[in-house]
Structures are given as C-alpha cells and as structure tokens.
Design a protein around this ligand. Structure first.
Ligand code: NAP
Length: 333
C-alpha cells in the first residue's frame, strides 16, 4: 500500500480506502462484511469510510464490530453527518443540535472515542455556515474529531467555508469527498484547482463507477445476478445513471487498454483516479473479499500520458464534466 497526506494536513491515509455504503447492514451479510474488512486490513488499507445514514445507521455498527480489536492508532476512521437518521426535523442537516447528537451516535456505533475525519455529507442551506463550522471546531477541541471535511460541496461553498474558518480562527476543512471516476469528472474544472491552492485533498467515491468500470455489465444484456445493478435495496437506483448501452459499450472498449498493461479493469479504474495528485485516497466498495484484493493492486500504479489519452479517446462524449452537477438539496431531505 502507498500512503498520501490528507490534503495539506499531517494525516497520512492509505491511497486506497475501503467504504461500506450499500453493502454493510444491507446488501451483504455480516460475515461477508467482516471478510471484506479483513481483506482490506490484510492488503494494507488503513483508512475506512462510512456515514451515520448508511443502512439506517447499521453500517457504522457493522464496521465497529469488524474493526474491534484492531489497534486504534493503526486506523483512520472517517464518518459523515447530514442525511436523515430519524423522523424528526432535527434528525438531519448541519445544525449544532444534529451534528452534536449525530457524532455521539457514530462514536457509540463505531466503538471508538474519536473519528479521524468528520465530513459534512452535503451543504445545508438551512443552517448558517458559521454555526456548522463552529460546531465542528468545538468537536475538534473536545477531541471527538481530529480533522473536518465536506462531501459534494461546490467550489464556492468550499471557498466560503475556508474564508470563514480563517476569519474566525476555526479549524480548516482538509478534505472534500466527491464522486470521481473516468466517467464522472465534474470536479476537474473548478473544485480541484481551488482545492490544490488551498491544501484540500479529494477522497473520491465510486472510482469504479459502482462496478460499471469493471466491464461486467454488458450492453443489451441483463446484469449479473447478485451485482449492485440487481440490488433492490438501493444499489439498482444509484447505479442507473451509468447503465445505458452508450456507456456500457465504451467501457467494453477499455478492455484492451487494461490488458496491455496487465491490469484488471477495476485496477485500471482505481489507478486512473490516483493519477490526479489532488486525490488523497480512492474509496473502493466491495461485496466480496476477492474484489478488495483485486482493486488494491492499483496502489502505486503509474499510467503514462499515452494511456490516459487512449482512455479519453475511447470514452469521448460519455464522460460527464459539468461542474454544475455538484449539488446539495436546496431544502433538507
Ligand atoms: N460522500 C458520498 O456522498 C458518497 C456516496 C457514495 C459512496 N461514498 C463512499 O464511497 C465508497 C465507495 O463507493 P462505491 O461502493 O460506489 O465504489 P466503487 O468501488 O465504485 O463500487 C463498488 C462496487 O463495485 C463492485 N466491484 C468492486 N470491485 C469489483 C471487482 N473487482 N470486480 C467486480 N465488481 C466489483 C461491487 O459491487 P457488486 O459486487 O455488488 O456488483 C462493489 O460493491 C462508499 O462505500 C462510501 O464510503 C460516498
């Protein structure tokens, strides 16, 4: 495994991290979840990403149990707050009340005294930014949170948060967690240039486009049984944006590029996001331990300019680049 700084902070993270959205507490049984976490640890992954909202809070519980007994100092545990964790109007968003209550729930479920990174899972238009940032800063001072970050915030939102933190002397955001893959490059235009200047690192999600970039979904054919595209508990909906014949046909054309390099398609996809120096870590998901073992081999792989160009030439117009696609709900969900 290779390690990178989380943005300009002193924290080192494994350049491939493991996340449990849609899998732990939902798509896969606890045994399989534990095997995936063990495979991640065996392969040198030290950074684990979850969120209060995943599987209605069950994902944090599963991760807490799977990591029990592992030396805490050898791990970086990331979680998030914003999406609803209950029915009440205060069980969501980035108010002082919800953040404070949510971190206590997360620490309990994860069976830890602190998280290494606490992330605002979306921007909350219904809470003053000062209130959110002051609350995050208080959690840092209390030792419950070591670093703070955001997820899917736009460039102007990140810039405003950094300005307020500097004016008020609050702890600065060190990371952003956006979707980023060969197919989804919307951060490259505005977010990456800002974050490079400001020392904010990207921890990118769905680097394999939820499995699509493995090439296992064939155009015009039903998805393989047991894959995310068949997961009625949520996976099938979230992967749908990539499940069209245009995209799936182009993805098949990447196979000779991966083969020439001696890489699996998943490794090529993960290696591709890691070529961007503003990326601190690529969070991979897995429903089976062998997927973790496959994907982790992308660590340290260098892709030269010719390979990057061949990929661009194949994918052409199916790549999404519009920065306006980074959006948070105008009202709390
Ligand atoms: N901040 C946010 O808003 C946000 C949103 C989404 C995700 N995330 C984070 O990012 C993490 C990763 O997201 P993701 O799960 O979508 O990432 P991903 O790595 O793009 O997709 C993972 C899925 O692809 C399939 N897969 C992975 N490796 C494979 C392989 N070698 N061969 C065949 N299939 C393979 C598996 O699904 P099947 O086996 O079921 O097909 C696996 O669960 C999440 O766990 C979460 O921590 C954050």
């Amino acid at each position: 495994m290779e390690f990178r700084h989380l943005g300009r902070s002193g924290l080192m993270v494994s350049e491939i991290s493991y996340g449990n959205w849609l899998t732990h507490g939902s798509q896969v049984e606890e045994d399989a979840a534990k095997q995936c976490v063990q495979a991640a640890l065996d392969e040198g992954i030290t950074t684990f990403d979850t969120a209060d909202v995943y599987a209605g809070t069950k994902a944090e519980e599963v991760l807490g149990r799977a990591l029990k007994g592992v030396r805490r100092e050898s791990l970086e545990i990331f979680t998030k707050v914003y999406w609803p964790t209950g029915k009440g109007p205060n069980d969501r968003g980035l108010s002082r009340k919800h953040i404070t209550e949510s971190i206590h729930g997360s620490l309990r479920r994860l069976q830890t005294d602190y998280v290494d990174l606490y992330q605002a899972h979306r921007f909350d238009y219904e809470t003053p930014l000062e209130e959110t940032l002051k609350t995050f800063d208080d959690l840092v001072r209390q030792g419950k949170v070591l670093y703070v970050g955001v997820s899917e915030w736009s460039a102007p939102q990140i810039a405003e948060a950094l300005k307020i933190a500097d004016q008020m002397g609050f702890d600065r955001i060190v990371s952003n967690q956006p979707q980023y893959s060969m197919l989804w490059r919307i951060i490259e235009g505005e977010i990456v240039p800002l974050c490079e200047r400001e020392g904010v690192g990207q921890i990118v999600w769905s680097p394999i486009a939820q499995g699509v970039l493995t090439g296992k979904y064939l155009p015009g054919q039903a998805p393989p049984e047991g894959s995310r595209a068949t997961d009625k508990a949520g996976g099938a909906d979230t992967i749908a944006r990539f499940m069209n014949d245009d995209v799936l046909t182009k993805v098949q054309e990447l196979k000779p590029i991966a083969a020439d390099l001696g890489l699996s398609m998943a490794q090529l996809a993960v290696a591709w996001v890691l070529q961007n120096p503003n990326v601190s870590s690529a969070i991979v998901g897995a429903s089976r331990p062998e997927q973790v073992r496959d994907n982790v081999k992308a660590a340290g792989v260098k892709l030269d300019a010719d390979v990057m160009k061949r990929i661009d030439d194949v994918l052409g117009s199916v790549v999404e680049r519009d920065p306006a696609k980074t959006v948070s709900p105008k009202q709390r969900p």
